[in-house]
Ligand binder design. Structure first.
Ligand code: FES
Ligand code: FES
Length: 162
């Protein structure tokens, strides 16, 4: 066991964990954040995605020990992306476009799209359809919400990028 401190959604959380344990388990079981989901456990579906210093990563294959190397990395989960009062534009767009079906996958799509949209905002360039599809490659939705996801990302881009 090792004692590590993770900065999650702006708060430092100290936990005792097996250093080889995936970050996903620490977030869900030790910290109680259940937005990142276990899907494949093999970095193949995206359900477990969180952001580390603004970059979307797959927490099912990130050992807790790697974070002690990363140092003061800031982890953001879906719950830390926005609030009910002030959601991230992609969170609001998901509601407005009524994207979710079963909802299991949405954590990965939103966390990945949020990074992509933040980058496009920094460039002050609205994304093309092809750019959106490329950015979201490798995420899986068994309910087939892909067209609604495209609408939501474009709606959020319209809001974020003048
Ligand atoms: S659970 Fe991590 S990518 Fe599928
Ligand atoms: S909404 Fe069900 S898997 Fe995507």
């Amino acid at each position: 066991m090792a004692r590590i401190t993770l900065n999650v959604n702006g708060s430092d959380r100290t936990i005792d964990v097996d250093p080889d344990m995936p970050l996903l388990y620490a977030l869900r079981n030790d910290i109680g954040l259940n937005n990142p989901h276990f899907g494949c456990g093999l970095a193949q579906c995206g359900a477990c995605t969180v952001q580390l210093n603004g970059q979307a990563i797959r927490s099912c294959v990130m050992p807790c020990s790697a974070l002690s190397v990363v140092g003061n990395g800031k982890i953001t989960t879906l719950a830390g992306l926005g609030t009910p009062e002030k959601p991230h534009p992609i969170q609001a767009a998901y509601v407005e476009e009524q994207v979710p079906q079963c909802g299991y996958c949405i954590n990965g799509w939103i966390m990945t799209a949020a990074q992509f949209l933040d980058e496009k905002k920094a460039q002050n360039k609205k994304p093309t359809d092809d750019e959106i599809k490329k950015a979201l490659t490798g995420l899986k939705c068994r309910c087939g919400t892909h067209m609604a996801i495209m609408r939501a990302v474009k709606r959020a881009a319209d809001k974020m990028i003048g």
